[in-house]
Design a binder for this molecule. Structure first.
Ligand code: ACM
Ligand code: ZN
Length: 536
């Protein structure tokens, strides 16, 4: 008899009890499901087909016949207000059947991801694997996430990757039970989303002449043009793909800074109005949108109207990070605005700007996300704040006022950082709840997100190498109860998990590389200024 494989699930489930015996998946196994879960049953069947070669029959529960083995998918309303919450699920495996239950379809989807990990890694093969017994140990499993916001951010403004790569990443984040894809679509170096009212945004703004190479302070350029954007049709296709995986997409239109690509397309939106090129280098840029000119607000509102119409998530990220105020200080329009509105300084001018955008988006019943740089006591309403760097005190105050926060701490969660700066063990230590925050405010920490900034990510190999396995650690942090976190156990499970990635063909950093380079580790912060290049 072949031995039953160990159980290696990431993220580690909340409760798992293993008993004796095993379920064996055969071509006679049937999938029975509630009517409203038939699409998910088909998804399970499709998942199992290539490696097993079993073309399993899917039927509605009421058509159940015979007493062969089965996988049963069922929605239960008993747990709706209970512990399982919106995304939880139960799995019970006996030698005869596998019963999957959840209060909502998303829980069933996550149970399927767990089932996938209960099967041997060979299940990831895209062609039939011979001479293997597809067995699952008998067990009872109850599972639900610690946080409701478990995100991955992809910056395609710096490098455009295209639909195929985005879909591959969506597949992987779904396997990890992440539920949010934050799409950084605009920045100084590129505008990547079609806006029908402003065709120059993509005609001009999606192209740059060349790209900085050699790190943040380098004067070197590669001389190679870079371009690319998504049509609204492409975006719709990706939204549908993400929706099938229970992933919400949060589009980010960064403003009023990080807007050189927009200013290159429409220079009248700047303070100075002179022609710009789409930026070919990284870092902060002095030219930002002018807050004195009404046409800037008209432009942003028109852009956001198309974004709101396109994305069904009802959440828009409006950026607000790293806004240099130099131009505003010298711009007659901005200074007139300051005076007329009785604003004390340029920081308040940014808040005035943000408040107008918030008011506009409120009309469309959108939730709004801002980077923590845009926090200010005069901010209207309570946008969700995404914390990344500095001014943690202000973020704590915001939490105490009832503001919601997503944690993307620069030191732990930035996937663009060298492994020497953020080795895997440090990433795994990340705790989203700030130290000494009173329990009553914990609910305002919605969860975490790992940003994959794209300056040094020209291709999929680099993208995968920077992302994995650190994102696998963040998935566990976002899901698993704090008390169950254990780096040794994580590493053991990761070894098995990565066998799946070997079969799928993912270029992750190996277990030696994730420790970083001993020499570079002593330079820590300086590794941020050099070009990241591992994994190619
Ligand atoms: C950021 O990293 N500029 C949010
Ligand atoms: Zn101005």
């Amino acid at each position: 008899m072949s031995s039953i494989q160990n159980i290696n699930i990431i993220p580690e489930p909340v409760l798992l009890n293993i008993s004796s015996g095993k379920f064996i998946l055969t071509e006679g196994t049937r999938i029975y499901s509630d009517q409203e879960l038939l699409k998910l049953s088909e998804c399970l069947k499709t998942l199992l087909l290539p490696a097993t070669g079993f073309n399993l029959i899917v039927k509605e529960t009421k058509e159940k016949i015979g007493n062969g083995t089965s996988i049963n998918l069922k929605l239960t309303d008993t747990d709706r207000k209970g512990e399982l919450g919106f995304e939880g699920y139960n799995v019970e495996v006996s030698s005869k059947d596998i019963n999957i239950t959840a209060p909502y379809p998303v829980g069933i989807f996550y149970a399927i991801q767990t089932l996938r990990q209960l099967l041997p890694p060979d299940i990831e093969n895209c062609s039939r694997v011979e001479e293997i017994e597809w067995q699952i140990p008998c067990l009872k499993l109850k599972d639900f996430p610690r946080f409701s916001w478990r995100g991955y951010m992809l910056d395609e403004a710096r490098h455009f990757h295209g639909k195929k790569i985005v879909k591959k990443m969506l597949d992987l984040i779904a396997l990890l039970k992440l539920n949010t894809f934050h799409w950084h679509l605009t920045d100084d170096q590129g505008w990547r989303v079609e806006i029908k009212k402003y065709p120059k945004l993509t005609k001009i703004g999606s192209k740059r002449e060349e790209t900085q190479v050699g790190g943040l302070f380098s004067k070197k350029r590669d001389g190679i043009p870079h371009s690319g954007y998504y049509t609204q049709e492409d975006i719709q296709d990706i939204i549908d793909y993400a929706g099938d995986r229970f992933i919400k997409i949060v589009p980010e239109i960064d403003m009023p800074g990080h807007t050189r690509a927009a200013l290159a397309s429409y220079p009248n939106l700047s303070c100075k109005g002179y022609p710009f090129r789409v930026s070919t280098h990284w870092g902060f840029h002095k030219d930002v949108m002018c807050v004195g000119k009404e046409e800037v607000f008209e432009f942003i509102q028109n852009v956001l109207k198309e974004i709101v119409d396109l994305f069904p998530s009802n959440i828009v990220h409006i950026g607000g990070d790293e806004v240099l105020k130099e131009r505003w200080k010298k711009c007659p329009d901005c200074q007139l605005r300051l005076e007329k509105e009785g604003l004390k300084n340029e920081k308040e001018l940014q808040t005035y700007f943000t408040n107008r955008i918030i008011a506009f988006l409120n009309n469309y019943k959108q939730k709004i996300v801002i980077w923590n740089d845009a926090l200010n006591k005069n901010l209207d309403g309570k946008p969700i704040c995404q914390y990344w760097l500095r001014r943690m005190k202000e973020v704590r105050e915001y939490l105490k006022k009832g503001g919601d926060v997503i944690m993307s701490d620069f030191k732990f969660t930035y996937l663009d950082h060298a492994y020497s700066f953020t080795p895997l063990n440090l990433a795994y230590k990340f705790e989203p709840i700030p130290k000494k925050l009173e329990k009553k405010y914990h609910k305002h920490v919605l969860g975490l997100e790992a940003p994959m900034w794209g300056e040094y990510i020209p291709n999929i190999k680099r993208l995968e190498w920077q992302t994995f396995p650190r994102l696998i650690a963040f998935a566990e942090i976002g899901w698993t109860p704090k008390l169950k976190k254990n780096f040794n156990s994580f590493q053991e499970r990761l070894n098995i998990f990565l066998k799946r990635f070997d079969i799928i063909g993912i270029n992750y950093a190996n277990l030696r590389e994730v420790k970083g380079n001993v020499l570079k580790r002593s330079f820590k912060v300086f590794t941020l200024f050099i070009e990241q290049s591992g994994g190619i």
